[in-house]
Design a protein around this ligand. Structure first.
Ligand SMILES: C[S@@+](CC[C@H](N)C(=O)[O-])C[C@H]1O[C@@H](n2cnc3c(N)ncnc32)[C@H](O)[C@@H]1O
Length: 520
C-alpha cells in the first residue's frame, strides 16, 4: 500500500514523471534502460551507460551484487570479492561496498516495507533493477552514516548510469520520501497498528515470518528463554566478526596478531581478525592460518576431545595403532583442516569424505597445510559409508547439509531464499547420514552430529529419531565437552545432553552438537 502518489517505472507501463510527459528522447532512453535491464546482466566497463556517466564504484559493486543475487541466484559472499577485485576498490571502498551490499540484502524485508509506502504500485511490479537500486538507497539513508544528500545523489547517479534516466527520476522521488523519516520513525509508522508479535519482529528485524517463528521454536527447544528472540534476530543483522584459527601444531597466530588481530577469548589458537585482505598474510596463503567461525572450531575440537579411554576396539585401527577419524560431509573442508591438525597431534588418521567432486577438491586444498600421511580424501556418498566400512572409525564427524538458519548473518540473502519446505526436504538425508555415521563408528567410539542450524527439526528431532531405534547408543554430555575445550568454560550451551551455540550469546554461528557414544 502506498501512502503517496509517486509514479513507478514498472515492467508494464512507461515511467510517468510527476504527471508530466517525459518527452520523446526521455521515453526512448527509458525504453533502452528497461531493455538493458531484462534478464541476467553483467555491467562491464564497456557498457555505453558507463562510458558516458561513471557510477561511484563502491555503489556500483553493491548494485551488481544485488542484481547477481536476484537474477542469477548467486551467493553474495562469492560475487562480492570478485566484483571488488574487478573494479579495483581500495580497502575503504571495499568496506563500504561490503556494508552496503550485505546490509541492503539482510535488511530487504524492512526496506521493502518502507519502499512500499513510497511507491504507487506493488513492489513486485517494479523493474527488479530499480527495486535493487531503491534498496541500496534505503540502506544508506536508514542504516548507514551516509549524509542524506550523498546517499540520494550517488544512488540516483548510479541508477542514471546503469539503468536509465527515467528510472533515476523515479528513484530520486522515492528516496526523497524515504529520507523524510529515520528508520525508527518508519518502523513506528509501519507498526503503529500491528499487534501480531511475529509480524512486528519480522518487519523490525527483517526476517521472514516463518523464520521468526522457527527461531523462537529453536530457542525453546534448546532451553533458552523465548524472550531472547529479538536479541537473536538483531545478532543475525550484525556484520559477523572474522575469526581465525592457527592449525594446532602447524600454524601460528603471530603474523595475524602483529597485523592487529586480537587473541580469541573462547578457544585456543584463535584470533579475531582486524579486517582487510587476509591474503596479505603468508600464513593464510599457505593454509596454516584459516578463517573459521569459533562455533565450528569448538564443535570440531569437542569431537577430538571426547575421552574414549580404551573403549574402542583397536583391531581395525590405523596401521600404527592410532585412531581412525572420519569427517563424513567434509566440503569445503573447514572443520576437516582443524580435525586433520588435531588428528596429527593425537597420532590419528583422518578420512575426509565429500559427495560433490568440486567440493572434495576444496577439501584437498583446505588440508594441504597438513602433512599428507595424516589424511586422505574420498569423493562419495556418505550414506554408503556405514555399509562400506562398518565399525571402522573411532571418531566420526557428521556435519550434515542443513538450512543454515544458524548462519544467517554470514549469508545475507539466504533468509529470503530458504523456505519451510527445506526443513522437510533435508530431514531424510540428515537421518540417513547420521545412521551411516553410526554404522561406520566402532563400538566404544563417538559420532559428533553437527548442524549450523538450531532448528529442532534438524537437530534434536533427528538425533532422538535415530537413537530411539537403537539400544547400542547413548548421548554424552555435549555441553560439558564444549566447556572442556573452551578457554573460559561455562558456555551454558548444554541442554538435555546436546549443546547449542548462539550468535547473541556466544557471538558464534548457531552450531548444534550432539555427541553419540556407541556402547562397547
Ligand atoms: C554443512 S556442509 C559441511 C561443512 C564442512 N564440515 C566444513 O566445516 O567445511 C555439508 C556438506 O555435505 C555435503 N553432502 C551433501 N550430501 C552428502 C552426502 N550424501 N554424502 C556426503 N556429503 C554430502 C555437501 O556437499 C556439503 O559440502
Amino acid at each position: 500500500m502506498s501512502d503517496s502518489g509517486t509514479n513507478g517505472s514498472g515492467r508494464g507501463g512507461g515511467p510517468r514523471q510527476g504527471g508530466q510527459s517525459s518527452g520523446r528522447s526521455g521515453s526512448h532512453r527509458d525504453a533502452k534502460g528497461r531493455e538493458r535491464n531484462r534478464g541476467p546482466r553483467t555491467f562491464t566497463d564497456n557498457a555505453p551507460s558507463q562510458r558516458t556517466r561513471r557510477a561511484d564504484p563502491a555503489r556500483l559493486v553493491a548494485f551488481e551484487v544485488l542484481r547477481a543475487v536476484a537474477s542469477e541466484d548467486a551467493y553474495a559472499n562469492l560475487v562480492l570479492p570478485a566484483r571488488i577485485r574487478h573494479h579495483g576498490l581500495d580497502k575503504r571502498d571495499a568496506g563500504f561496498a561490503t556494508e552496503l551490499s550485505y546490509g541492503a540484502l539482510r535488511g530487504q524485508g524492512t526496506y521493502d516495507a518502507v519502499l512500499a509506502r513510497c511507491v504507487d504500485r506493488p513492489l513486485d511490479q517494479l523493474d527488479p533493477a530499480i527495486l535493487d537500486a531503491l534498496r541500496i538507497g534505503a540502506h544508506q539513508l536508514l542504516a548507514m552514516r551516509v549524509p542524506a544528500h550523498a546517499a540520494l545523489d550517488q544512488t540516483v547517479g548510479l541508477a542514471r548510469a546503469v539503468i536509465g534516466a527515467g528510472p533515476s527520476t523515479l528513484i530520486n522521488a522515492v528516496l526523497r520520501k524515504v529520507s523524510a523519516r529515520s528508520l525508527e520513525e518508519w518502523l513506528e509508522l509501519l507498526l503503529s497498528e500491528e499487534t501480531d508479535e511475529t509480524r512486528i519482529a519480522s518487519t523490525r528485524y527483517a526476517h521472514p515470518e516463518w523464520i521468526v517463528r522457527a527461531l523462537r521454536q529453536s530457542l525453546v527447544a534448546h532451553g533458552r528463554p523465548v524472550a531472547e528472540i529479538n536479541d537473536l534476530l538483531a545478532a543475525d543483522n550484525a556484520a559477523p566478526v572474522v575469526n581465525l584459527v592457527a592449525l594446532p601444531g602447524l600454524g601460528s597466530l603471530d603474523e595475524a596478531l602483529e597485523g592487529g588481530a586480537t587473541p580469541g577469548e573462547l578457544v585456543a589458537d584463535s584470533a579475531l581478525s582486524s579486517g582487510g585482505d587476509l591474503g596479505r598474510l603468508a600464513s593464510v596463503r599457505e593454509g596454516s592460518l584459516r578463517v573459521q567461525d569459533v562455533g565450528s572450531q569448538l564443535v570440531a575440537r569437542a569431537m577430538a576431545a571426547v575421552d574414549l579411554g580404551d573403549r574402542t576396539t583397536r583391531s581395525s585401527g590405523a596401521a600404527d595403532g592410532g585412531e581412525r577419524w572420519l569427517d563424513l560431509c567434509a566440503g569445503p573442508g573447514g572443520k576437516a583442516a582443524l580435525l586433520a591438525a588435531l588428528a596429527r597431534q593425537q597420532g590419528a588418521h583422518l578420512l575426509a569424505n565429500e559427495s560433490a567432486p568440486h567440493r572434495a577438491k576444496l577439501v584437498r586444498q583446505a588440508l594441504s597445510a597438513v602433512p599428507e600421511e595424516g589424511w586422505s580424501v574420498r569423493t562419495g556418498d556418505g550414506r554408503e559409508m556405514g555399509a562400506e566400512q562398518p565399525e571402522s572409525f573411532d571418531r566420526v564427524l557428521v556435519d550434515v547439509p542443513c538450512t543454515g538458519l544458524g548462519a544467517l548473518r554470514r549469508r545475507p540473502e539466504s533468509r529470503w531464499r530458504r523456505t519451510p519446505k527445506d526443513l522437510v526436504d533435508l530431514g531424510p538425508l540428515q537421518r540417513q547420514l547420521l545412521k551411516s555415521a553410526l554404522d561406520a563408528v566402532k563400538p566404544g567410539g563417538v559420532v559428533a552430529y553437527v548442524t549450523c542450524s538450531p532448528h529442532p527439526a534438524e537437530t534434536t528431532a533427528v538425533v532422538s529419531d535415530v537413537l530411539r531405534k537403537r539400544e547400542d547408543l547413548e548421548l554424552l554430555d555435549a555441553g560439558a565437552v564444549l566447556d572442556s575445550v573452551s578457554l573460559t568454560g561455562g558456555l551454558d550451551a548444554g541442554h538435555d545432553l546436546t549443546a547449542q551455540l548462539w550468535p547473541h550469546v556466544h557471538q558464534t554461528d548457531a552450531m548444534f552438537l550432539a555427541l553419540i557414544h556407541k556402547k562397547a
